[in-house]
Design a protein around this ligand. Structure first.
Ligand code: G3I
Length: 361
């Protein structure tokens, strides 16, 4: 049914499918979904589970008031990442005073839908609270602050998140360490320390380093490979690398993605596509949307081809809530559902990729 090549019938089908999805009944978990909706299409999560993968979406607290949005979020995906609610500015707005209300809201929603949660993020140079950025710290002071932040948050979410983006965006494009308050004050050892502290607080949670522009092999991705190799050799608890996968049509598809995922697997690490979107210069045309769909298909196939690529997360699922237009003026239309929650060609491409039988490793 989805092998039609013309766009018009596809859009009609897409509209019908969106309506079907929006009218579907409540679910209690991905495994229950297909059974509860006999005769209806399997969701992306259902299809991904056949490959032993999850298929998720980021979400953000203000969006949860949008009922058609949350209905689709709860139905189509089996994994959720809070887009902002677990960041430092949100969880420790005053030094030593923790507020987990936003993260908890998302965890509770996910649990009610049988979805798992990726924790995002413990250590990042962006969206830090003013109390942290507004003064100088000695190394012992900042070390204590960092340890407390990480361990309080990881302990709070112990058993509730399956993975943490422990350190986010630690490298520059040329593979040098990013100049952050943590690097400047503590040196590059802050990364290993952060991983060890997180592991102490929850020995079962999967610990990741996460970054953008590492999908293709190159200096930044090489830096992660080298660091990961060193950390593994020193038995630092690192379990995976998150490839954010914020792609843009004008920069070309990262053709080495699959090989790159595989080389991290060979280090004994999981990988995941953690923040996927494929933006374009607006206006979106039929051709650009078709090209975007091919990219979504290819990145899904790349993950499915590598055994330790454990899942795919969209950085929200609808253009209605994408971060792109605010950050890249003139660009957008990056997600598989449009602003009216109608599936786009990219959605069908994802389904097609997930319906293809497994291939090699
Ligand atoms: O909370 C304030 C609100 O009080 C105010 O009224 C509003 C006015 O603009 O701003 C709100 O803060 C915004 C915040 O998101 C929460 O909505 C910030 O302006 C905005 O800059 C911030 O953007 C987030 C961005 O990270 C910050 O870098 C995006 O929502 C979020 O999707 C994005 O996510 C990052 C990942 O964490 C890491 N990888 C890249 C990815 C995209 O930038």
């Amino acid at each position: 049914m989805r092998t039609t090549s013309t766009t018009a019938p596809r859009l009609v089908l897409a509209g019908a499918l969106a309506a079907a999805l929006l009218l579907g009944g409540a679910t209690t978990g991905p495994a229950a979904r297909a059974a509860e909706r006999p005769g209806q299409e399997h969701t992306l999560a259902d299809l991904a589970q056949r490959h032993g993968r999850y298929f998720g979406s980021a979400t953000d607290n203000p969006e949860l008031a949008d009922e058609p949005y949350t209905a689709l979020l709860g139905r189509e995906f089996d994994q959720i990442t809070p887009g902002n609610g677990m960041k430092w500015y949100a969880t420790e707005p005053r030094q030593g005073v923790f507020d987990f209300s936003q993260g908890d809201e998302i965890v509770n929603l996910a649990r009610s839908k049988g979805q798992k949660v990726r924790g995002h993020t413990l250590v990042w140079h962006s969206q830090l609270p003013d109390w942290l950025t507004g003064r100088e710290w000695t190394a012992p002071e900042l070390r204590a602050v960092l340890k407390k932040h990480i361990q309080t948050q990881v302990r709070h979410y112990r058993g509730k998140v399956f993975a943490w983006d422990v350190v986010n965006e630690a490298f520059n494009e040329d593979g040098t360490y990013r100049d952050t308050v943590f690097l400047r004050t503590l040196g590059p050892g802050y990364i290993a320390d952060a991983l060890r502290w997180a592991h102490q607080a929850d020995p079962h949670v999967r610990l990741y380093l996460n970054d953008y522009n590492i999908e293709a092999t190159g200096p930044k991705s090489d830096a992660y490979h080298e660091l990961a190799k060193q950390l593994k050799a020193r038995h630092v608890p690192l379990h995976g690398i998150g490839f954010q996968t914020h792609l843009a049509l004008q920069y070309g598809y990262p053709a080495t993605l699959e090989d790159n995922l595989r080389r991290f697997s060979r280090l004994g690490l999981d990988t995941a596509l953690t923040e996927v979107d494929v933006r374009m210069q607006l206006p979106a045309t039929e051709e650009k949307l078709a090209e975007q769909a091919r990219w979504y298909r290819s990145l899904t196939e790349a993950c499915l081809a590598v055994r330790r690529c454990v899942g795919i997360t969209l950085w929200d699922y609808t253009d209605k809530y994408s971060w792109i237009p605010a950050f890249f003026p003139g660009e957008g239309a990056a997600l598989p559902w449009d602003e009216a929650l109608r599936p786009k060609p990219a959605y069908h491409a994802l389904r097609e990729a997930l319906q293809t039988p497994r291939r090699g490793r």
